[in-house]
Design a protein. Structure first.
Length: 374
């Protein structure tokens, strides 16, 4: 089985590795591997803390993926000797004022109605858990099983693991899908050459809708959703675990890494393919982060970046076959692509290799957006 994957972000990379493990001959096509959202993302693995109303199937997918992460990270480390910065030390979510606390109480009621254990903490208990929190923090929720990973370590580890199994990386832009006898037959590159394939997986993040040669009905409805993040550095431990906060209704998060990096994110902006970092975006993040953790103003500034999440109409991924035989989608992972990489890779590799697909992935077929269903 020859498989070509367009896009070497976390989704394409993880699927390439799993498909190669399954015996396929895999080629990854990307002019700049892991240069999209995967290089900007904070790497939170927080399906419980990020639960939203109406997204229960996505919650189940997120929980399934989070629960695979420990073994996934260990397998990658075993295969490559590379550490992904995986942590499973829980996520604290805190409220700045009484209205924010009310929103957290509602969230806890929703989480508990779905049978998900979370621990309610008073303000004092929050500060005991995270001593740098501001004295005014009203209370919070601890999701003990949520965690984080460093996407900038994860992507190279995935690439190395794939290459060890023979995955070939072609550093070129895919311009289109080759179609022969009404089926996908490979990928056309920007130098005019083609790579023949039995199956093609389109995993080019928010650019997945831009490829040429896609017949009507197969173009994925994905769009870029901009997010700006700030990276700080600290020589001494500042935060023990991922801390998310609600500050007068606005959300902010801080993700600490073992090497002293702290990622503060993220804005959410509908501005097309715009990756400019703006003064207003940074100001909002720093303003809210400082309300929760006043000491962050003392930390060293390291970097600001903006990335584009691959958004879909229902905020959930599109994974599976399209109306064009041989063409599959693995995109639309929006805010959760890093979290969802293990379960998505398992599901997509199974589909590409005609194996059994995990039931948890079934609700995410691209068929839900097929024209006849709209
Ligand atoms: P991408 O990572 O965008 O990769 C797409 C790849 O396709 C790129 O390497 C690009 O070069 C390539 N490409 C594009 N066009 C072509 C072409 N024509 N030919 C060949 N290759 C092409 N998720 C989490 O789970 N947890 C988080 O904490 C988190 N935080 C985030 C914070 C921010 C600010 C942002 C922006 C995103 C965050 N995400 C998070 C979301 C996550 O980053 C994405 O869902 C995930 O990276 C999507 O992965 P992907 O492989 O689909 O796309």
């Amino acid at each position: 089985m020859r498989i070509v994957i367009i896009g070497a972000g976390v989704i394409g990379l993880a699927t390439a590795w799993r498909a190669a493990q399954g015996g396929a001959t895999v080629t990854l096509v990307d002019p700049a591997p892991a240069s999209g959202a995967s290089s900007v993302a904070a790497g939170m693995l927080t399906p419980v803390s990020e639960l939203s109303y109406g997204e229960e199937p996505l919650l189940r997918l997120g929980l399934a993926s989070r629960d695979r992460y420990g073994a996934f990270a260990a397998e990658l480390a075993e295969a490559t000797g590379l550490d992904t910065g995986y942590r499973d030390d829980g996520t604290l979510q805190v409220a700045f004022d009484a209205d924010d606390l009310k929103l957290l109480d509602d969230l806890r009621a929703f989480q508990e109605s779905l049978g998900i254990p979370v621990e309610a903490l008073t303000g004092r208990e929050c500060r005991k858990t995270e001593p740098m929190l501001a004295p005014g923090v009203r209370g919070g929720l601890l999701a003990p099983e949520d965690g984080s990973v460093d996407p900038r370590r994860l992507a190279p580890a995935l690439l190395a693991a794939g290459e060890r199994l023979g995955v070939r990386l072609v550093r070129r832009r895919a311009e289109g899908v080759l179609v022969e006898r009404d089926a996908a037959a490979g990928v056309r590159l920007d130098d005019g050459t083609g790579i023949p394939a039995d199956k093609v997986l389109l995993a080019a993040g928010p650019w997945s809708g831009d490829l040429g040669g896609l017949p009507p009905g197969t173009v994925p409805p994905v769009r870029p959703v901009k997010g700006q993040v700030i990276r700080l550095r600290t020589p001494v431990p500042f935060l023990r675990r991922t801390t998310r906060g609600l500050v007068k209704g606005s959300s902010v998060y801080l993700v600490p890494r073992a090497d002293g990096e702290i990622v503060i994110g993220a804005t959410q902006e509908e501005l097309g393919f715009d990756t400019r970092v703006t003064a207003g975006g940074l100001w909002e993040l720093l303003r809210d982060a400082r309300e929760l953790l006043p000491g962050i103003t003392e930390l060293e500034f390291a970097e600001v970046t903006a990335g584009l999440r691959p958004g879909s109409p229902d905020n959930a991924p599109l994974m599976g076959p399209t109306a064009l035989p041989g063409l599959y989608l693995g995109t639309g992972h929006f805010r959760n692509g890093v979290l969802l990489a293990p379960v998505s890779a398992d599901a997509l590799a199974a589909m590409l290799l005609d194996g059994p697909v995990p039931a948890v992935a079934a609700p995410f077929s691209p068929a839900r957006f097929a024209p006849e269903q709209q």
